[in-house]
Design a protein around this ligand. Sequence first.
Ligand code: NAI
Ligand code: MG
Length: 491
Amino acid sequence: MVSKTNIRKKKVSTNWEYSAAPESTDHISLKSNYDLFIAGKFTKPKEGTYFNSINPANETNIAKVASAGKADVNKAVSAAKVAYENVWKKMDPSQRGKYIYRIARLIQERVREFAVIESLDGGKPIRESRDIDIPLAAAHFFYYAGWADKLDYAFPGRKTKPIGVAGQIIPWNFPLLMAAWKIAPALASGNTVVLKPAETTPLTALKLAEIIQDADLPPGVVNIVTGDGSTGKYLVDHPKVDKIAFTGSTEVGKSIIQALAGSSKKYTLELGGKAANIIFEDAPIDQAVEGIINSIFFNQGHVCCAGSRLYVQESVSKEIISKLKSRMENLILGDPLDKNTDIGAINSKTQLEKIQMYLDIGVDEGSTIYQSTCTIPKKGYWCAPTLFTDMSQSHRLVQEEIFGPVLVIQTFRTIDEVIAKANNTPYGLSGGVWTDKGSKIFKISKDIRAGVIWGNTFNKFDPTSPFGGYKESGMGREGGLEGLLQYVNLY
Ligand code: NAI
Ligand code: MG
């Protein structure tokens, strides 16, 4: 990818190089063709259309995946409706819980296989898919399985009823984890599901379909329809879908709200973010530097809650920026399957082009770009860890979501100034604060309008904690009891 901002110097490495330590792929089983998962069976798409899911690290095709048209989505929704009315909503809740536990255990047993497939299909480092994505996905199934027969205690004094058929549309940044966030609470509270994975990362959802078969889940309780945005739209517009749960871009989120206006469908939306990560002069500087690296370079910055805006108190800004640059030099970019890799591949060509566009805009707006001098592989989609200084609040890079390994840095003097700056974007999903003083953490977390603020850490997740945004970052919560609440009617 050639761009005027690809101006990295030739690598002059003073570091010890690690020997390659690639995770083996001989234990995974992948078919060359995947059909739609409807009513418990893999089913050919009516129009017979398939698309390729590629490996973004080397641009090779991994498998052909069915593209669901309107008739296929109808079929999946009907299967979900029948399963809802005849089986799932009537089932004893403790039995529902057993099925969900079974799914959790089967994921746990196959964690290595799922981790490798997640990294192959989406480009994320194996260390993350192995240690974060897949274990957390299993943890969500375990957590919500526990609630299935305790719904009377979840919302004291109230009774719950399921909503019906949930249409769930998920993105490519945490494919299996997003599927778990959506499917687990829906099933635990008695709903059935039609899930649409993202078109660049459908494979772990299709492997999950195999687990759902192995778990003997009644046919139609979970259906998986693959395809692009048009498949998602059929699901949104379908009259028999009772609820839409969406994670993805703010633009598509807005179009979903418009499409649902006037209907009785419920919805939850988890959209973009532009989190402020705030470093005070009394922070533990070395830990904060590591936290900044994790907040923005984790998963190539393909994280809606990434700490993409850094605010550093003026007195420590030189020290922090210099330490950040030297730490960036040590980040290893390359083969996602290598256990040493810190930065994997950008998920798709389209996403890389979007990131490159923002790098160009940043330079055009007069900011100073710094990129680490790592070697970029010849094939695949890659972006070196990047930071920008000399920014002002009105710059597009400060206001808009980039969704890549790109950090924009500004300085501040007072707490009130940084709170005003942090709140000055259309988003409100997350944020971070680094300081020695609990009082500052409390003030920041009270005054910044964001769903989660991490104190002296970043990107920590747990199935019991609700997650979701204010403003254009969405509505509703996922995780915890709040996540369960989105799938029930209370009476
Ligand atoms: P997107 O919002 O288009 O895709 C997310 C999901 O929605 C995919 O499954 C897609 O097929 C589906 N979809 C697309 N159009 C739809 C429609 N009209 N109706 C129903 N479903 C539809 O996101 P995209 O294009 O992959 O990424 C664009 C930007 O969105 C990224 O650069 C990033 O800024 C943001 N994004 C945010 C995510 C988050 O976690 N909040 C995740 C992915 C992307
Ligand atoms: Mg792929």
